[in-house]
Design a protein around this ligand. Structure first.
Ligand code: ATP
Length: 365
């Protein structure tokens, strides 16, 4: 069990800065996701926590102790990579026992611990099999067993499910989360897959170009994005954006969007200039009598819902509506937005403006 605190962490490779200045706190027992597109600095951050990479500056605390310069083997953590390397000449039991044997633990204690993790991961039946013939899933479980058998303070995982096909990946994600809930060990998990992050994480850090864009629970990341980047990276289809020029004052709950007043959450800050109006597709309603109008240009059937794309004066807007509501290509239709769900952004900085909706949630790195 461990609390991990990262303060002003920075990593430069020559003239390139991979991690600019990261600060976050991971609570004891938390499942913490580092999420972002390829190259945003997730793996570098994880490797610094692991002790596999030296920070250029900044500090890393594990349970209050500064470990930034301590070698990996002294940090009491287990690192699980995407490609699980098992020892091919050993059977499952010996693979799992290996970290304990190399610590010099007594045979009986090793047997007991191996049996215990095999039970947790449901691999008792394959303990005496060679690893060569195992399925991908079983190899994954054996590698996890080998990581947890040492009972480390925390687990660091770098895209551990990246190599699996979609169906199996989902099952392993569920298993990993269930395993975490049983063991309660702090876990830091790197992924570029927003669904994986939403499904498994207690908390998500969204990174972009070495900078933390937001730190929040999956639900807050989705409902209350701190930046345009987060709003477009999370959600499929992503949030709709309409750019406009306008003015808001604290307490305002309407804006003038393309000459029509639309409701927004009560604002908590004043702003004047170029803004972006953000609305998720499921919060767009199609109605005959709304003043905002547009032309349907495409419909995409998804079973219980459909995605309707509408061309409006402010650009294309996607609405997720029930499949049984008729929507015909070329029809002109009115659009209404659920006021309580709207986020306004400063178009220049990309930062969300503070409102009743997101107050207390916004965190910029
Ligand atoms: P990915 O999922 O693609 O690995 P990531 O978010 O994990 O993405 P990092 O691996 O942390 O990204 O890399 C961040 C940036 O730092 C990338 O542009 C990468 O090319 C660069 N980088 C990483 N390691 C080194 C290194 N040893 N030397 C030089 N540049 C590096």
């Amino acid at each position: 069990m461990a609390e991990i605190v990262v303060q002003n962490l920075r990593k430069e490779f020559g003239t390139f800065t991979a991690v600019k200045s990261s600060s976050f706190r991971i609570e004891d027992g938390e499942f913490f996701m580092l999420l972002g597109p390829s190259g945003c600095g997730k793996t570098t951050t994880l490797r610094m926590i692991a002790g596999l990479e030296l920070p250029t500056s900044g500090e890393i605390f594990i349970d209050g102790e500064e470990v930034g310069r301590k070698p990996a083997r002294e940090r009491d953590i287990a690192f699980v990579f995407q490609m699980f390397a098992l020892y091919p000449h050993m059977n499952v039991r010996r693979n799992i026992a290996y970290p304990l044997a190399s610590q010099g633990l007594a045979r009986a204690a090793i047997r007991e611990k191996v049996a215990e993790v095999a039970r947790i991961l449901d691999i008792e039946a394959i303990l005496d099999r060679p690893v060569g013939g195992l399925s991908g899933g079983d190899r994954q479980r054996v590698a996890l067993a080998r990581a947890i058998v040492r009972n480390p303070k925390c687990f660091l995982m770098d895209e551990p499910l990246g190599a699996l096909d979609a169906e199996f990946r989902e099952r392993m994600a569920e298993e990993l989360r269930a395993l975490h809930d049983r063991m309660g060990a702090t876990t830091v998990y790197v992924t570029h897959d927003q669904l994986e992050a939403m499904q498994m994480g207690d908390k998500i850090v969204v990174m972009n170009h070495g900078v933390i864009e937001q730190i929040a629970t999956p639900q807050d990341i989705y409902d209350k994005p701190a930046t345009l980047f987060v709003a477009s990276f999370i959600g499929s289809p992503p949030m709709n954006f309409v750019r406009f020029h306008g003015k808001v004052r604290p307490g305002d709950s309407r804006v003038d969007l393309q000459h029509h007043a639309v409701g927004v959450p009560s604002m908590r800050e004043a702003f004047e200039g170029d803004m972006v109006f953000g609305v998720r597709p499921e919060h767009v309603r199609l109605t005959d009598d709304a003043p905002h109008r547009g032309r349907v240009i495409a419909t995409e059937y998804l079973g219980t819902t459909q995605i309707v794309t509408i061309e409006t004066a402010g650009g294309q807007i996607k609405a997720r509506i029930a499949s049984d509501r008729p929507a015909r290509v070329d029809e002109t239709i009115g659009l209404a937005f659920d006021p309580g769900t709207i986020t306004l952004f400063d178009a220049q900085t990309g930062h969300a403006l503070r409102s009743e909706l997101n107050e207390g949630v916004l965190r910029h790195g």
